[in-house]
Ligand binder design. Sequence first.
Ligand SMILES: C[S@@+](CC[C@H](N)C(=O)[O-])C[C@H]1O[C@@H](n2cnc3c(N)ncnc32)[C@H](O)[C@@H]1O
Length: 391
Amino acid sequence: MTPAARVQAAIELLDEIVTSAREGGAAADTLIARYFKTRRYAGSKDRRAVRDLVFRAVRRAGERPASGRAAMIGLAGEDAALAALFDGSPHGPAPIAPGEAAAAHGTVPAWLAERFDPLVDGAEQAALLERAPLDLRVNRLKAARDPALVPGSTPTPLSPLGLRLPGGENVEQTDAWKAGLVEVQDEGSQLLALACAARPGMTVVDLCAGAGGKTLALAAEMGNAGRIVAADTDRARLFRMTPRLERAGVTIVEPGLLDPGRETEALADLAGAADIVLVDAPCSGSGTWRRNPEARWRLTPDRLARLTGLQARLLDIAAVLVAPGGVLVYAVCSLFAEEGRAQAAAFSARSSLVEADLPISAGRAAGSGVLLTPGHDGTDGFFVAGWQRPC
Ligand SMILES: C[S@@+](CC[C@H](N)C(=O)[O-])C[C@H]1O[C@@H](n2cnc3c(N)ncnc32)[C@H](O)[C@@H]1O
């Protein structure tokens, strides 16, 4: 592909990403993969260059742009070499017309800027748009942390189980991943799982288990001894957990598909029986914008309100399951106060559980919980809080 054709391809992809963000469709990574599946003429250098252009344009536009071309013209306004490629050559973009619309430079949509936790200032918001490294968690059941497991990796500074790669590597091709010695998991997620303090023999409920990222980490902490009920309402995600459990050598997990609205009935046997209940709740994902920056164009006030309502409901469902002396851990990969410290404060006010400090060796106190941020901790952004049921 010519350099100009790469720019045109990036514009087409950005159009798809903008539409998908508006209509709640697929994520940018998925759209990029699909786009190149049908364009075999694009070599690996072309794909890398187009992808790089797309994400540069996504990162610099705080508000959802009107079109892919507007996003790219905005970027071209700060890059003369890129602007020169709007030359009207075959397969390239048409020349930029005088006064043609360009997406404004920004960090986050204006309506969201005021929703951040007070600890998340402008510099922290900007850090949310930086590139993230690729973190791996070493599976204690099979290996000790050693950078030699994955060539090119270095130990993560905060998690005792983490290895870090610069990003962009295909870890699934490594022997260590195939043998279940490592799993992809952000260092912040590793710290959250460690904060649960799961131990062998415990009964643990992972209420929003998804494809099992934290379930696997909890099972490793438990030495694969005890019981983990890994529940979720999303069949496809639970399905993806099975091969991960097998690869990791984990046998103590019982996946459970929940019916939305009927979670309490399905979990009735576990009422008052869990040593740990983890609610890794569905959320805005604002803490993970480093990995999918277009997600900030997807949120709407309605969607955010639905998420906070669901988080509150899941906390109430989870509280019933906690045994005397057991703990409830609430986590969101969000940096918005209403999903974090305010959600936790509202739960504390209505619950018979009492706030409990969690063992977490990073972050900053945010209300009754702890906030991890890319700027301060170098992890994805998370809020985590804990409660204990008095004995
Ligand atoms: C943040 S994700 C969980 C990620 C997962 N714990 C991990 O570490 O990979 C939130 C999950 O909550 C699930 N969820 C949404 N509504 C739910 C409900 N009512 N009950 C249980 N899980 C729900 C979603 O399907 C999603 O998988």
